[in-house]
Ligand binder design. Structure first.
Ligand code: PMP
Length: 449
């Protein structure tokens, strides 16, 4: 693509610093300008259409161009465009959404606290965990266990719980209080001849060994995505979550389930905690909560988590945390309408019903010579490509992702994997259309080898 002077692409390079790019490469190559969207499709500024195979960043559940969300935002902007939740103030949409979330929570939850991003929410939960330990007179109980390849965001505490080296390197992360246990991805870390059950047992032993080594009295909480997303769509091995919860109970360690990607139907149930029978103390949600039409995230907590924090705030005089946008009424009005749409249109059921079509399609693509295997659950999945040893780590996935984009579909390459997470409104025909594009791209790349 040649970039003409003064075009949006040229001005983007000149003025706009992007996240998650090689900044030097960006200066040469620029970005793809996405101009509009409709359903599962987005359009660039030349009018070319793409299936959004990753729902933006794993988030646009109801698809692009959902009028009800536009109307909900417009109505709230007219009525009260902004108010805060500090100093004993509140607003209707935030209360309505908190009530609705409590009513659909996968386990009994007591309170909802609103934030604007997944990182902010996880960062705040870390602070609340520390605040709570102080409240309980256990100042030594502060360490947090994350997992290698786990992703919980990029702010200082959340980024420290994240277990992806690129998010740490040169940022001086992780903080000392965050430790990481093994990544429970059987396809990646299972040893030759090891059964899935034996792998799970080894993962659980690694976790328990880490707790014992660090000192159980120093460990406050364990963080996990039910299905790891940004680590490469890694589904847990059989018995993993059951075993983790037994260990956490044994050592009095809180469980924080990060459902920023999984929440609101991605795995075929409203929450992946239902899919894997996870009973968290704290649930972190974002993305499909508002279909990302507005920045919105939330922390749901049970009474066991909330009560000591409330006591401590009473002792100090205030829970001295909050953002200007905590419980932003336009964001929560959009979130409320979005969750209502997910329920009314049974988009969770759609994910469950289309799971077979989706996973069978991935399995069929895994027969391609460039592909090693496929995996997934609900409407989230990945193709693991056979690595190109000569070109280096991730080269095959990058080449295939670029070819897929050429052919008219946007997905994400992570490591050696090509990841899929389409809008929940997708149809069986559109899944077929998406995979036909992927097959064409695989064939094109194969021709060049
Ligand atoms: N947790 C998980 C599981 C995520 O996938 C993400 C974002 N991909 C985050 C947290 C961070 O969310 P945000 O980008 O909104 O800060």
């Amino acid at each position: 693509m040649s970039i003409t002077p003064n075009s949006v692409e040229a001005r983007d390079i000149a003025y706009h610093m992007h996240p998650a790019v090689n900044l030097r490469k960006f200066e040469e190559k620029g970005g793809l300008v996405i101009e509009s969207g409709d359903g599962v499709y987005v359009y660039d500024n030349t009018g070319k259409r793409y299936i959004e195979g990753l729902a933006g960043l794993w988030s646009v559940a109801v698809g692009f161009g959902e009028k009800r969300l536009v109307e909900a935002a417009a109505a709230q902007l007219q009525k009260l465009p902004y108010y805060h939740s500090f100093n004993y103030k509140t607003n209707g949409p935030s209360v309505d959404l908190a009530e609705l979330l409590i009513s659909i929570a996968p386990v009994p939850m007591s309170k909802v606290h609103f934030t604007s991003s997944g990182s902010e929410a996880n960062d705040l939960v870390a602070k609340m965990v520390w605040y709570r330990s102080n409240a309980l007179g256990k100042p030594e109980k502060k360490k947090i266990i994350g997992r290698i390849k786990g992703y919980h965001g990029v702010t200082i505490a959340a980024g420290s719980i994240t277990g992806i080296p690129a998010n740490h390197t040169s940022f001086d992360l992780p903080l000392d209080r965050m430790v990481h246990t093994s990544c429970p991805s059987f396809p990646h870390f299972g040893e030759d001849g090891e059964s899935e059950e034996a792998f799970t047992a080894r993962m659980l032993k690694d976790l328990e060994d880490l707790i014992v080594k660090e000192g159980p009295e120093t460990i406050a909480a364990f963080w996990g995505e039910p299905v790891m997303g940004a680590g490469g769509v890694l589904t847990p091995p059989k018995g993993y979550w059951e075993g983790v919860q037994v260990i956490l109970k044994k050592y009095d360690i809180l469980l924080v389930a990060d459902e920023v990607i999984c929440g609101f139907g991605r795995t075929g149930k409203m929450f992946a905690c239902e899919t894997y029978d996870i009973k968290p103390d704290v649930l972190v949600i974002s993305k499909q909560l508002s279909s990302s039409y507005m920045p919105l995230s939330a922390i749901m907590m049970n009474d066991n988590f909330y009560q000591p924090i409330a006591d401590e705030s009473d002792k100090i005089g205030v829970f001295a945390h909050g953002f200007t946008a905590s419980g932003h009424p336009v964001a929560t009005a959009v979130g409320l309408e979005n969750v209502k749409i997910i329920i009314e249109r049974d988009l969770v059921g759609n994910a469950a019903r289309l799971e077979k079509t989706f996973l069978d399609g991935l399995a069929k693509l895994a027969e391609h010579p460039l592909v090693d295997s496929s995996r997934g659950i609900g409407l989230i999945g990945a193709l693991e490509l056979t690595p190109w040893e000569q070109e280096g780590a991730g080269a095959a996935a990058l080449a295939v992702a670029e070819a897929i984009q050429e052919e008219g579909c946007i997905i994400r390459n992570i490591g050696e994997a090509i990841c899929f997470c389409p809008p929940l409104i997708i149809t069986a025909e559109q899944i077929e259309e998406m995979f036909a594009i992927v097959l064409r791209a695989l064939n094109k790349v194969a021709e060049t080898r």
